[in-house]
Design a protein around this ligand. Structure first.
Ligand SMILES: NC(=O)c1ccc[n+]([C@@H]2O[C@H](COP(=O)([O-])OP(=O)(O)OC[C@H]3O[C@@H](n4cnc5c(N)ncnc54)[C@H](O)[C@@H]3O)[C@@H](O)[C@H]2O)c1
Length: 243
């Protein structure tokens, strides 16, 4: 794999303070991308910023609660000012509350739906207009196997991820019809969304679930592999969801 194939690209990652978001950030740093690292507070993402900077990445940490429109708008403005634009948007920030649907309070419903669904919408609302016109763009929405199936106690999380998958598909259609050749590739990921094309992703998700049941977890290497497949594809494609 050609190293540093994202040299010069600016990647915005939400929820980058830990977990998958941090792994994504470090994978993109290794590929040469400049990083906009955001989490609920700038302090929460500082450790990831240090690790990415140690890996040689140009990066900055920002506080941004993706549920808050004013904070997302402000983040977009700061990114335009300091980085001149964004090429890759990773909607990773997410949350889950495990309990039965009838046990949820309205406040808990709002927390899950606003973090997992309103957040990516707001990020797209404020970043997509700036991503157009570069001739390159990728949006990666972190869904879940729960975007395809559901299970006891995961109903609201599952509903939010089903919604995010729908948003991703709609975005693919809207941006695929953009008309101008340059913006046809903005924003995109590895696969066009169609029921047939979704199958590999779904299979992968099911494999992942089976592994988790048997106690194994996806290794950082595997995660990087998925990301590299999903992010750098040069041909015009449409957004896909990572499960
Ligand atoms: N971990 C898994 O096995 C798994 C499986 C499928 C999908 N996912 C999805 O992948 C994403 C990352 O999962 P993870 O396990 O790394 O989660 P995590 O809980 O380890 O990290 C989530 C990050 O998002 C941040 N965050 C939460 N609410 C936020 C908000 N309103 N604004 C900004 N940042 C916020 C948190 O502070 C945290 O740093 C989530 O969207 C999750 O639903 C995770």
């Amino acid at each position: 794999m050609a190293d540093r194939f994202l040299e010069g690209r600016v990647a915005v990652i939400t929820g980058a303070g830990k977990g998958i978001g941090r792994a994504i950030a470090l994978a993109l740093a290794g590929a040469g991308a400049k990083l906009v690292l955001s989490d609920l507070t700038a302090a929460q993402v500082e450790e990831t910023r240090k690790l990415a900077a140690d890996a040689g990445a140009q990066c900055e940490a920002f506080g941004c609660d993706v549920r808050e429109e004013s904070q997302v708008r402000s983040l977009a403005e700061q990114v335009m000012q300091r980085f001149g634009g964004a090429h890759i948007l990773v909607n990773n920030a997410g949350t889950a509350i495990r309990k039965k649907i009838h046990e949820f309070s309205l406040a808990e419903w709002r927390t899950v739906m606003e973090t997992n669904l309103t957040g990516p919408f707001l990020m797209c609302r404020y970043f997509v207009p700036h991503m157009k016109g570069h001739g390159y763009g990728r949006i990666i929405n972190l869904t879940s196997i729960m975007a395809h199936v559901s299970s006891d106690g995961r109903g609201i999380y599952s509903a939010s991820k089903h919604g995010l998958l729908g948003l991703t598909r709609a975005l693919a259609l809207e941006l695929a019809d953009d008309g101008s050749p340059r913006s046809r590739s903005v924003p995109a990921s590895s696969r066009r969304i169609s029921p047939r094309r979704c199958v590999p992703t779904r299979r992968r998700a099911l494999r992942c679930l089976r592994k988790r049941r048997s106690g194994a977890t996806a290794s950082p290497k595997k995660l990087r592999h998925w990301l590299f497949i999903s992010v750098p594809t040069p041909r015009p494609t449409s957004p896909a969801a990572i499960c």
